[in-house]
Design a protein around this ligand. Structure first.
Ligand code: BGC
Length: 911
């Protein structure tokens, strides 16, 4: 073996520590996973930073101590008036809980940190960062809830059709409403606007939009919790007359959610099914606080003195789309000169019970714009734009024409082979946007405010003249979880699969982790979320997004114990109150969150409810045999084999697995007695599993690929029998022509299990497979996102199963985890990546692979290539962590490395 170290490595070991002063610098300061937040939901925020190597060639750089200073302003850093930790001997860089002078709502602070490195050399102080505590109590709000005195609801002429073309009923849609208030002000030193609504909002100040959020303030379990967003508008307040304006629409609160017209729930108006689960009409609450240099404040809050009128959005619904009549625009309505004498007074709309909190997640906003790759003249007057990429978001329309011209946009992910646009798979989501021109001679631009779609194609009807490629732009909208992954290999199919996975994640990390962005569901299906969450952490920083959604999930835990099948969950569908592997997300997702981000606060926060769930699970299965109640299980969803894996098998396997995770989490929280309890539960459940399902030779009764994958992944096969079970699994796959048959639950563990049981090469074959069913097959059939079904679309046959067929469904994309953990070889050995496993391994016909991701400590990267029997690898480990490195090189035994970039080369040793 030829072991090349970068030239500096040996040098570093010989040089005296002092000449290497300041090898580390704290950067990327975060408070509660946010950069300089202006409204925190706690007075004890957790502070974190990363360490940057100031000498990039340095090795094994790590922190030995830190010092944090928190003050009311920068000038006070010499003697910090809020908190000074002094030098603390610790390697910790994350989630250090503020423990200084007690803070209260509206307190703001500036903070900085310095660290001491491995040689005890102090760094410079970091650049200062800030944080502000938000409004925490109902008593912090003087603003009132207001609503429009009129809430007309109109029935559309068209009948929404189901996927078979059968009319399902008319839609009941409402217009959006404007609200406005004039006020006098002088220039403040700081102005913060706290804004929320039941329903979704856009805000304007002095004639201009505030912020770049879409569908604010998002979706929560509204009866329990509602978020507000906070905007710093200091620069926007003018001396003299000012005007605050807002527009609100039904959104998830009062509009259509979850199955569109399919479901009606007791207590709701049966003549208007599918909508208004949380409330009948939207309401608004805004509080603008101006702070002056003399310490005084002025507060402008919503109350019945606000004026209201209908907005030009005559229909505005997240699932159904928007109709915007630009002729109804009232110029200058959010500016001080506007005459609102014809507007009505708002009315009070008190009585909402949900706790008001600052939004803890990332913003939902337009992330990028995509130019279409083609526009075709489909039939007379109908044009089809192809974005070349399936996305979630909106189409921006550029148009010039007469007042009253009406342009209609329809959306689709795919085309039928006969040239028709396929909208059947949207089911009851009408997903149509209509723009009625005002006739501006300079042209008009329309981007809807209160809806979103999942699409690659935009059909434009009624366009005055012939549109050019420039007249439609795809606006990609999703929660702004920073993208952090790179994957590049010698197989273009794999590279496209990676791209498809990332695009699918982007389309569905949309305020909550949704199943799909296009049809009438778009719900936080918990089974999908739990199989995919680990993969998601490789591709984006989902820490604050998930912090938010785990609260949604716990808020909607049913009183009798189960976690819901989707969260938020406005209703229980009859007979579907608990589904094994779906409800288990309440345990599995927090566990992954802890593993990846090293965060135990989340476990603490949800612990009691997790225990309640486990009690429910135990009580419904006192014999530890796995149960199925009613139709309360979806099984190995969308698997191809028959007979299906019984729900009882899945139930018992997941029950054992979640008991194991509970015992690990209990240990992390120092609850040793509970840890023992769950260990014992795990033992009992596993023993029962073995008795019921495992034969003396390790084979499973009525075996299939998914059963083996789950049983091995959850550690349910006794030690000495595992290899036999894995070999049986491999045989099942080989006998099936090297093809999978697994559904959502079986696919996720399949490749990891093969790789960890001596069948890595077979995992590689599955990954590179292009015949049906496989990820590669989707790519060969034109996919730009991951499909819900293995056979969602087939070139010669067309679209399959329109009744349930999304082209943007991330569950099967869970294989991303394997691509990073096994091909790229990056995974964590200790919570929070405090110890990393780096073990890249070629598979299939791959000759090179290069991956990277960001962990808490910084970027981890690997790159390898295999030429003529020589394996070369380069790996990068960020400061303040270590990695156990294993490489397929003859004579290379696993070694632990500190931070740095290392290169290796040697003769390839295939396992
Ligand atoms: C969703 C899934 C979900 C499933 C439950 C579907 O309609 O789209 O992804 O997990 O229902 O079986």
């Amino acid at each position: 073996m030829n072991f090349i170290r970068l030239p500096f490595y040996s040098l570093l070991l010989m040089v005296a520590p002092h000449s290497w002063a300041q090898t580390l610098a704290p950067s990327n300061l975060q408070v509660e996973y946010q950069e300089s937040p202006i409204a925190l939901g706690t007075t004890k925020p957790r502070l974190s930073w990363q360490l940057e190597a100031t000498k990039p060639a340095g090795k094994d750089l790590h922190q030995t101590a830190y010092e944090i200073q928190v003050a009311s302003n920068k000038e006070q850093f010499d003697e910090p008036n809020l908190w000074s930790t002094g030098k603390v001997t610790s390697a910790r860089t994350h989630q250090i809980t503020y423990a200084g002078v007690p803070l209260s709502p509206r307190s703001s602070a500036v903070w900085r940190v310095r660290c001491w490195d491995q040689d005890d050399s102090p760094s410079e102080w970091s650049s200062p960062a800030t944080f502000t505590i938000g409004l925490l109590n109902e008593s912090d709000w003087s603003a009132k809830w207001i609503a429009s005195p009129e809430n007309p609801i109109h029935e559309t002429e068209e009948n929404v059709q189901n996927f078979k073309g059968t009319p399902k009923g008319k839609l009941h849609l409402t217009p959006a409403k404007h609200f406005r208030k004039d006020f006098e002000a002088s220039k403040p030193v700081r102005a913060l606007l706290y804004a929320t609504s039941l329903g979704v909002n856009t805000i304007e100040l002095n004639g201009k939009r505030i912020g770049d959020r879409h569908l604010a303030p998002g979706w929560t379990s509204y009866h329990n919790r509602l978020h507000y967003l906070t905007y710093d508008v200091t620069e926007r307040i003018q001396e003299g007359g000012n005007t605050l304006g807002a527009t609100i629409a039904d959104g998830w609160y009062a509009g259509y959610v979850a199955y569109g017209l399919f479901v009606n729930v007791a207590g709701l108006d049966p003549s208007r099914p599918g909508r208004s689960y949380y409330g009948k009409h939207p309401a608004l609450r805004l509080q603008l606080e101006l702070q002056y240099s003399d310490g005084s404040t002025k507060v402008i809050g919503t109350d019945p003195s606000w004026k209201t009128a209908f907005a030009p959005h005559t229909e505005a619904d997240t699932l159904m789309g928007e109709t915007y009549d630009a002729r109804l625009e009232q110029d200058g309505w959010s500016s001080p000169e506007f005459d609102d004498s014809a507007w009505k007074n708002a009315i009070l709309d008190e009585g909402h019970k949900g706790k008001l909190e600052p939004h803890p997640g990332v913003p939902l906003r337009a992330i990028e714009e995509i130019k279409p790759v083609s526009v075709t003249d489909h039939k007379p007057g109908v044009f089809i734009f192809n974005l070349g990429q399936n996305i979630s978001g909106l189409a921006k329309l550029k148009v010039k024409g007469k007042a009253g011209d009406r342009v209609t946009l329809r959306f689709a992910e795919i085309f039928h082979n006969d040239g028709r646009m396929s909208t059947e798979n949207l089911r009851c989501a009408r997903a149509v946007d209509t723009y009625i021109l005002k006739g501006d001679p300079d042209g008009e631009i329309y981007l809807p405010d209160f809806t979103f779609h999942g699409f690659q194609y935009v059909e434009v009807t009624g366009y005055p003249g012939t549109p050019t490629l420039d007249d439609i732009t795809g606006v990609v909208i999703h929660s702004d979880t920073p993208l952090i992954s790179e994957f590049e290999s010698s197989d273009p199919i794999l590279n496209q699969i990676h791209s498809n996975i990332v695009w699918t994640q982007r389309a569905n990390y949309f305020e909550i982790p949704t199943d799909c962005p296009q049809r009438d569901e778009r719900m936080g299906w918990t089974g999908d979320a739990q199989v995919y969450i680990k993969a998601a952490t490789y591709n984006a920083d989902i820490a604050s997004f998930t912090t938010k959604w785990l609260r949604d999930l716990n808020d909607d835990q049913w009183d009798f114990g189960p976690y819901p099948n989707f969260a938020p969950s406005p209703f229980i569908r009859k007979g579907m109150n608990f589904a094994a592997a779906w409800g288990d997300a309440g345990i599995i997702c927090p566990w992954h969150f802890w593993q990846v981000y090293g965060d135990t606060t989340v476990l603490e926060e949800h612990w009691e409810q997790m225990e309640k769930f486990m009690t429910f699970r135990k009580e419904r299965d006192p014999q530890n045999v796995g149960t199925k109640v009613g139709d309360s299980g979806f099984g190995d969803w969308l698997a191809l084999y028959q007979p299906k894996t019984p729900v009882e098998f899945i139930d018992l396997a997941y029950h054992a697995h979640t008991s194991q995770l509970m015992s690990e989490m209990a240990m992390a929280l120092g609850k040793t007695e509970r840890a023992k309890y769950y260990r014992d539960r795990h033992r009992a459940l596993s023993a029962s599993f073995v008795k019921l399902h495992v034969q003396p030779d390790g084979s499973l009764t009525a075996a299939n690929q998914s059963k083996y994958a789950m049983a091995l992944y959850f550690g349910l096969i006794p030690e000495g029998l595992k290899q036999n079970a894995a070999d049986n699994l491999a045989k099942l796959i080989r006998d099936n022509g090297n093809k999978m048959q697994t559904g959502f639950l079986g696919t996720r563990p399949l490749l990891p299990v093969l790789s960890s049981h001596g069948h890595h090469d077979l995992a590689g074959i599955l990954m590179q497979q292009t015949e049906y069913p496989s990820w590669g097959y989707e790519v060969e059939n034109g996919a730009t996102t991951i499909w819900e079904r293995w056979n969602s679309f087939i070139k010669d046959e067309g679209v399959h199963e329109p009744g349930m067929n999304s082209f943007s469904h991330y569950a099967f994309g869970a294989v991303s985890e394997w691509m990073f953990a096994e091909l790229g070889g990056i995974s964590q050995l200790a919570p929070g990546y405090d110890l990393i496993r780096i073990a890249p391994r070629p598979a299939g016909t791959l000759t090179h692979c290069k991956v990277s991701t960001q962990v808490r400590h910084g970027k981890v990267a690997t790159a390898w290539n295999l030429t003529d029997g020589t394996f070369k690898a380069s790996i990068t480990i960020p400061p303040n962590t270590k990695a156990v490195v294993s490489l397929p090189i003859a004579d290379f035994s696993p070694q632990t490395f500190g931070s740095g970039t290392y290169s290796f080369s040697g003769s390839y040793l295939q396992d």
